[in-house]
Design a protein around this ligand. Structure first.
Ligand code: AN0
Ligand code: CP
Length: 316
């Protein structure tokens, strides 16, 4: 593995899944691989889970970790080439990434979309510039359109809790007061497609995900119908891809409640977190024994550890 920015970077999901399971059993068995190696994590946006679980994963491998919040602690980065930098930006991404590459053996980067310019966001402008100018592997800590470490942890979690080989996974849009990326949803679809699981997406009209992800997947605009027989209910808000960045405030009835969970096959509730309680999901569902949200967050460590280990091994 050279970089980890989408499922396309991995060799085999089943192999990676087995590796994560092995690591989870004995997290400190691979401590020699990260000796004298440094992970640098750069955040353009907030994070709790990704920051802490990836740091923990690196430490379990014996790595050193440096973290920087670029928005608050760094110089303002210029992305465009050829700009006369006499305005707000203070440092060009070319120098910044070349310099960071000298301090780090692996670089993690979190960069959310603008949700204003669809083309620019879906071209992964910032992530691609990091890959272009870095001389070390790049790990996505959630980019404009994908969140592969989250999806890998989600696949591990489903694998641990499934009761048959082809569980029905329903990815449902949920209400939210702010415009959120499509990244978690896009990425989950990409990863589930690589498994034998039965995936159904449900969202209001106007909130279909990009066709590059949904091709071949059942998309339903009737949430109750979609939830019938679900083994796993994965709730997530995303702003519109079609009417790019727009939100929907009139669909509070899409919140996942105990009544909706009744439609499922004793379904488990999933969400990547952070979640707005009683907006996306009711207290009784997230607090129930059928909620997997804390287990998902735990698996973030082992997902990240499997990925970092592969990148370290590739370097040798
Ligand atoms: C982000 C998102 O929806 O992409 C991060 C989720 C892991 N969520 C929020 O900004 C609330
Ligand atoms: N799920 C997730 O990526 O959480 P953070 O945004 O807190 O890292």
């Amino acid at each position: 593995m050279k970089n980890f920015t989408s499922i396309k970077d991995i060799f085999s999901l089943s192999t990676l899944l087995e590796e994560a399971k092995t690591i989870k059993k004995n997290p400190y068995d691979f401590k020699s691989f990260g000796e004298h190696k440094t992970l640098g994590m750069l955040f353009f946006n907030p994070s709790l889970r990704t920051r802490l679980s990836t740091q923990k994963a690196a430490q379990n491998l014996g790595m050193h970790v440096m973290v920087m919040n670029l928005q608050t602690d760094g110089w303002t980065i210029e992305l465009q080439d050829g700009t006369v930098m006499n305005q707000g930006s203070q440092e060009h991404i070319r120098e910044a990434v070349a310099v960071i590459s000298q301090y780090c053996d692996i670089i993690g980067i979190r960069t959310f979309p603008s949700l204003k310019n669809k083309e620019e966001d879906y071209q992964e402008r910032v992530l691609n510039k990091f890959m272009a100018y870095a001389s070390v592997p790049i790990v996505s800590l959630e980019s404009a359109t994908l969140h592969p470490l989250q999806s890998f942890a989600d696949v591990i979690t489903i694998d641990e809790h499934k009761t048959n080989a082809t569980p029905k996974v329903v990815l449902t849009w949920a209400p939210h007061p702010k415009a959120l990326p499509q990244a978690v949803a896009n990425s989950l679809v990409q990863w589930i497609k690589e498994t034998p699981m039965d995936l159904v997406i449900t969202n209001p009209e106007g909130f279909d995900l990009a066709p590059e992800f949904t091709t071949g997947v059942t998309v339903m605009h009737d949430q109750d119908e979609a939830l019938k027989g679900a083994d796993f209910v994965y709730a997530k808000n995303w702003s519109s891809y079609q009417h790019y960045g727009q939100i929907e405030t009139e669909k509070n009835d899409w919140m996942i409640t105990a009544e909706k969970m009744q439609l499922t096959n004793n379904g488990k509730f999933m969400h990547c977190l952070p979640v707005r309680r009683n907006v996306v999901v009711s207290d009784d569902v997230i607090d129930s024994n059928d909620s997997l949200v804390i287990a998902q967050a735990n698996n973030r460590t082992y997902a990240a550890q499997a990925v970092l280990l592969n990148l370290l091994k590739n370097e040798e």
